[in-house]
Design a protein around this ligand. Structure first.
Ligand SMILES: C[S@@+](CC[C@H](N)C(=O)[O-])C[C@H]1O[C@@H](n2cnc3c(N)ncnc32)[C@H](O)[C@@H]1O
Length: 284
């Protein structure tokens, strides 16, 4: 029957290892249903899938203040702020905070939370690649491995925008995952049926696959979603980092490495962690 032939053709096409960073659906952060599911995932305290748990976020902020990287009165840009879990805490600690995210649902939640707490956080629903800030911030933060997800050409663009947004001597604080995290947290080839779930509000089939590109420290988690309207493929690309690769990236982008930890809560750097957390300073 034609329907089975077409389905198998599609699955056959997506079973082949794609070229590095070959995109799937344009983006899923701003899909109405998926971004609602994502917001739930950000807020869940049962897992760390989209944001870290509140207890870790509090320890992260404590660490950044204790290390002197952040201070009350500083102006800070939170890139990919999601529902504002960091932004609202940083504002409570006396910083002037601007949060940027592409997800309308997350920004809507963040704005409502700031209003309820009477916090003057400025939130913008905007793509990182359309940023136009210039010499405005003492610090930019980008938390939870967002830098892992872009191909080099976009990274160059993003880091140039961060540099431009920072004042002289401003700092860029971020974390990136290492190969260790990827090989521990990988999805296996797997499938499941759901009446409603993360990907779709109605019944659908999920086919999960992963592809490894070990010589490039690159990894793909791929999700083929089949519902009554057809078949779509979503791709999460992760380019993992070593400290050497982080240093090279920063030096090319005009930053110097100031501090390195195993994670943003300030765990001592050991060289074999799942994350590398960095404070980098804009070269003058
Ligand atoms: C892994 S989440 C981390 C969220 C937040 N930093 C946290 O740790 O709670 C990445 C965030 O980046 C946002 N994002 C992804 N691509 C983006 C883009 N091109 N422009 C703006 N925001 C983007 C997503 O909507 C999401 O909220």
């Amino acid at each position: 029957m034609q329907i089975y032939k077409e389905t198998l053709d599609i699955i056959n096409r997506y079973s082949k290892k794609p070229e590095p960073f070959e995109p799937g659906e344009k983006t899923f952060w701003d899909d109405p249903h998926i971004s609602r599911s994502m917001l739930e995932a950000h807020l869940s305290q049962n897992h760390d899938a989209a944001s870290r748990k509140v207890e870790t976020i509090d320890r992260t902020i404590d660490n950044l203040f204790k290390a002197g990287a952040l201070k009350p009165g500083m102006r800070l840009l939170d890139l990919g702020c999601g529902p504002g879990l960091y932004a609202q805490r940083l504002a409570m600690a006396g910083m002037e905070v601007v949060g940027v995210d592409i997800s309308e649902h997350s920004i809507g939640y963040a704005r409502a939370a700031a209003e309820e707490l009477n916090l003057p956080v400025e939130y913008h629903c905007v793509n990182f690649f359309d940023l136009e800030f210039q010499n405005e911030f003492d610090a930019v933060i980008q938390v939870y491995g967002e830098l892992n997800t872009f191909p080099e050409a976009l990274l160059v663009q993003l880091l140039a925008a961060v540099k431009k947004a920072l004042k002289k001597d401003g700092v860029f604080i971020f974390d990136v995952s290492t190969r260790k995290l990827r090989t521990q947290n990988k999805i296996q080839n797997n499938w499941y049926y759901s009446d409603q779930g993360f990907w779709r509000p109605g019944r659908h089939l999920v086919l999960e696959m992963c592809f490894d590109y070990p010589d490039r420290d690159l990894w793909l988690n791929q999700y083929i979603i089949i519902d009554e309207s057809g078949c779509k493929v979503y791709r999460n690309w992760f380019h993992d980092y070593s400290l050497e690769a982080v240093k090279e990236l920063l030096s090319k982008a005009g930053f110097k490495l100031k501090t390195v930890w195993n994670d943003l809560t300030g765990s001592v750097y050991t060289g074999d962690g799942e994350w590398i957390a960095v404070i980098a300073q804009k070269n003058s």
